[in-house]
Design a protein. Structure first.
Length: 385
């Protein structure tokens, strides 16, 4: 382990918390839809826009790390994220929210590409899947807090300072600024090798390695299901049970509660079970959840479906990511960029789901997510341990 790691683990974990800010887009898009009277297909542009930037910035960020180092890249990501959280404090017009969500996506693309390799550097790279899973546990805490903060602000259960549900952005802005200052003042031993920066062609050529390509698609499906459930779960409750948005917002929190529990317990299970065994268990849980979300019309069964997909999907990213990194350890920065580019799935899935739900209801959106689950079943044979 890097000798500086004991001094930097807290700031890095706070960075993982900031990484979770991206998941506020699910509940935020629902409130923006209500405020601006938008259709599902238009409202789903917001989460899709956030994850669109992963397609553009992930690979360049992997190259940027080779030039300026991992820590400076994470700091840059925090600065962009903090700016994205500042804008909605001044208004919630369509233009402001588009700009804010775009910056949030850019900042998160930079952060997710650089923070995982930085954590691997600090911890020495041992037990990488379980270490990343614990980071995902911290990230999930921010994720499941977001719907509650928005709901409490909207109902004035906490002081909202005239911001209503947008007080969520103000609270996370403060945390993001604190995280930036802490990481800025933290010393990390990092060696930057001059003259060996990979080109775009070098990075994309790595997709010619089957495990890298299939892990890329696996991450696309993971994040598509993640963002899709985050956005669609409240809509399912509103459609089938007649709940209001504030009542249905609990569905998003329930998803993230079980995703948080999944990350915490997954960091243990990935040490004592074979990765393939745990992956199979996770995907079976997700398949059961899709069946419940498609057919069920009672609160208990719908909550069970949301809980199952929350737990089942919680460790898929870490397992796919670690599988790709360990396959090509000499190209970690480049592989990291490619894997985070897979978060572009968060753009594709919500867009298709929006059109499907406008056409046939929320069952159509669930059917789109089920396609991602089917792919993950085919990925099982790529897991070698």
């Amino acid at each position: 382990m890097n000798k500086t790691s004991k001094f930097v683990i807290l700031p890095l974990m706070l960075c993982f918390f900031c990484m979770g800010f991206v998941d506020l887009v699910g509940i935020a898009s629902n409130y923006v839809k209500e405020d601006l009277n938008l259709t599902d297909s238009v409202a789903n542009v917001f989460p899709s826009l956030v994850f669109f930037w992963f397609l553009i910035f992930s690979v360049p960020t992997g190259m940027l790390m080779n030039k300026i180092g991992k820590k400076k890249t994470v700091l840059l990501s925090l600065l962009v994220t903090v700016l994205s959280l500042l804008l909605p404090i001044f208004g919630n017009s369509f233009a402001i929210m588009l700009i804010s969500f775009s910056l949030l996506g850019i900042g998160n693309a930079l952060m997710q590409t650089s923070l995982n390799p930085l954590m691997a550097l600090v911890t020495g790279g041992k037990n990488l899947a379980s270490t990343l899973t614990f980071g995902q546990f911290i990230k999930a805490i921010a994720s499941f807090m977001a719907p509650y903060l928005a709901m409490w602000g909207a109902t004035h259960a906490i002081p909202s300072f005239g911001l209503d549900w947008r007080v969520l952005f103000a609270i996370y802005f403060i945390v993001g600024a604190l995280s930036t200052l802490l990481l800025w003042g933290t010393g990390i031993e990092e060696t930057i090798t001059e003259g060996k920066t990979s080109s775009f062609a070098d990075c994309f050529r790595l997709l010619g390695t089957p495990v890298v390509l299939l892990s890329f698609f696996g991450i696309m499906c993971h994040v598509g299901i993640d963002v899709g459930t985050n956005t669609t779960a409240p809509k399912i409750l509103m459609e089938r049970l007649g709940m209001s948005l504030n009542e249905a917002a609990f569905a998003t929190s329930l998803y993230f509660i079980f995703r948080t529990v999944g990350c915490l317990t997954g960091s243990y299970f990935l040490r004592v079970l074979k990765t393939r065994t745990f992956f199979i268990i996770s995907i079976v849980m997700m398949a059961l959840s899709m069946a419940l979300l498609f057919f069920a019309d009672s609160k208990l069964l719908l909550y069970a479906g949301i809980a199952l997909v929350g737990y089942g999907n919680s460790n898929v990213f870490s397992m796919c990511f670690a599988q790709a990194l360990t396959a090509m350890p000499e190209k970690q920065n480049e592989v990291s960029g490619l894997m985070i580019m897979g978060l572009f799935g968060g753009t594709i899935f919500p867009l298709i789901m929006g059109f499907a739900s406008d056409a046939v209801g929320q069952a159509g959106a669930v059917a789109v997510m089920a396609i991602g689950v089917i792919y993950l079943f085919t990925y099982i044979k790529q897991i070698t341990n």
